[in-house]
Design a protein around this ligand. Sequence first.
Ligand code: SF4
Ligand code: MG
Length: 320
Amino acid sequence: SDVLLDIKDLRKYFQISRGFMRRNTGAVRAVDGVSLAVQKGETIGIVGESGCGKSTTGRSILRLVEPTSGSINFLGKDILKLSKSHMREMRREMQIVFQDPYASLNPRYTVMQTLIEPLEVHRLHTPKERKDRVYSILDRVGLDSSYASRFPHEFSGGQRQRIGIARALILNPKLMILDEPVAALDVSIQSQVINLLEDVQKEFSLTNLFIAHDLSVVKHISTRIMVMYLGKMAELATSEDLFADPLHPYTRALLSAVPIPNPSIKRDRIILSGDLPSPANPPSGCVFHTRCPYTQDVCTQKIPEWREAKPNHFVACHLA
Ligand code: SF4
Ligand code: MG
């Protein structure tokens, strides 16, 4: 096997500062024991509600947040142990595309300035080669070279996200963290951008982590999908297997929100009730027990083990 990224027991606890609501002091367990080995060329979908730790997991890999514990092996190095300057070099190989391209693009930079900056920072190529590279990347993401002299506000949301993707591609990285890259776009534009991401994934031999709150968004692009709930892994399986045979009640609840294209497929619908508990005060035992329709005594007392219920299909549930 050819593992590009190996995350082991990743945790990120945020300390809550003392305010007037003293009962809220303590740690928010944003990511609470995530382990994942990503093969070269895979696209892993990471799915869950906001606050489940999916973005924090992605950002930990780039060290945009510093994890509390665990290890992240990438290209043979534990990146959590790298010095700042080594990490800067390593960032060339790992890029992120954010949900809101407008917030992540400098409004006073032209597209050319935005795209050429990473090449300058990493001292790659001659000035002439840099410009040529910008034009070729623009072309690759479906934007005319005349756009190079324009500013972010002159573009539509979909075009801006293409610029965000171009900026991530320009350094020719090995790993892409896609943090809800289509969530802010019109539904009609979403599939175009997903198709683009699928095309460049093959062309640039990328390995992707595709973060989304909606299973249907990652269904076709993902080789495997990991479902997270309150900082923990609930289920991990191939995309096909997860949709055909979801084992965790939470996954089934998420799937209940996805329209079924073939109505002859009968699936028990689980409608989630109750609010998402606070990650500062997670439920005992299985963290999903306050919302699970199948909760039993054991669920409130014992944390379910992460186990391989079927070949290559992992789940954390006492009953699955
Ligand atoms: Fe539901 Fe219990 Fe499974 Fe948790 S362990 S998902 S509460 S059945
Ligand atoms: Mg997020």
